[in-house]
Design a protein around this ligand. Structure first.
Ligand code: FES
Length: 141
């Protein structure tokens, strides 16, 4: 990444990162902002504007945990905390290998079957921390 220190133009830097690793994760965005003196939001706006830039790799699996009141009351907050611990990331972050991204979302409309988690577009109702080991560790991470 020392090459980045010599690059001042954000587009050149973003092109460099895309060529090197294929996506621009948040940690790299922060590094670029730090090294170039640009605001992080400027980097993120460029990534959003140009279709060739992306902050996740194509194979990134999105893990959405419902943090609505219904699911939270049925153990959803514990599930969210467990997933954060297993993946070693916070909400709105992507794992270092780029394979998993965690988000929290209010109400999937399936409150009676909560806690609810959506992994890669597939819904899991009555999600428990026991299911976590199998689904997150073996299939996602
Ligand atoms: S609160 Fe989770 S599905 Fe409604």
């Amino acid at each position: 990444m020392n090459e980045l220190e010599d690059k001042r133009d954000e587009i050149q830097v973003l092109n460099f990162v895309i060529r090197e690793i294929g996506y621009i994760p948040l940690e790299v965005q922060e590094f670029i902002a730090d090294k170039t003196g640009l605001f992080l939001v400027t980097i993120q706006n460029a990534i959003d504007f140009f279709p060739r830039y992306k902050s996740t790799i194509d194979s990134t699996v999105e893990i959405k945990v419902c943090n609505g009141i219904g699911c939270s009351g049925r153990g959803g907050l514990l599930v969210l905390e467990e997933i954060k611990e297993v993946l070693a990331i916070e909400v709105e972050e992507t794992t270092k290998d780029g394979k998993s991204r965690l988000t929290a979302q209010r109400c999937f409309g399936q409150c009676a079957n909560g806690p609810n988690v959506n992994i890669g577009g597939e819904f899991y109702n009555n999600f428990t921390t026991e299911k976590l080991e199998k689904l997150i560790k073996t299939n996602v991470k």
